[in-house]
Design a protein around this ligand. Sequence first.
Ligand code: 4FV
Length: 221
Amino acid sequence: MKIDVLTLFPGMFAGPLDESIVKRARQAGLLDLRIHNLRDYAHDRHRTVDDRPFGGGPGMLLKPEPLFEAIEALAGEQTRVILLSPAGRVFNQAVARELAQQTALLFVSGHYEGFDERVREQLADDELSIGDYVLTNGALPAMVIIDAVTRLLPGALGDDESAHEESFSQGLLEYPQYTRPAEFRGLQVPEVLLSGNHAEIARWRAEQARQRTKERRPDLM
Ligand code: 4FV
């Protein structure tokens, strides 16, 4: 998969995407990730990327010219252009699975009060939000989504890491899990998990996942 990110803060991407599973996926050629500075597509002396909103109001907006030039330069036929903003559809595991099917993604991370509307109208294939809160810019949302999508790429997870038995894979929260020692400070691991009776263990886990989801996230049921 090819992922391009357009941002005013390329430096923020150094680190989170250079570790663990994402690092391995990049080294294995499963993910071709490139970070682009929007300011490189502004050609006036001050490399201006923002301006005041027509009609007044607080803050600044991202201008159309640098964004159009950058997106038209970076997006190919197959590229899905995704704006990141609180006005987007809320990202979740189902959307992560959907994006993991694509061949090329271009994330446009916002800043200031957001984008000139013509960018949204003319160039966006999709718009995503990582949650109902306001961040300083769209760099973290891009990293969150890239992390969730990368681990779904075939071959990204080693065999000791599994994508199928986890939260949201069956639409439910994950069941409680335990590892050695079987007793810790008098706290016992549930007997059923030590029984070796795999059918019984699967039943217990399914029931635990249902109960936990019902208690904590009835909206998922
Ligand atoms: C955001 C979110 C988000 C809004 C103003 C950047 C900020 C600034 N993006 N999910 N929540 N963006 O808060 O995606 O432009």
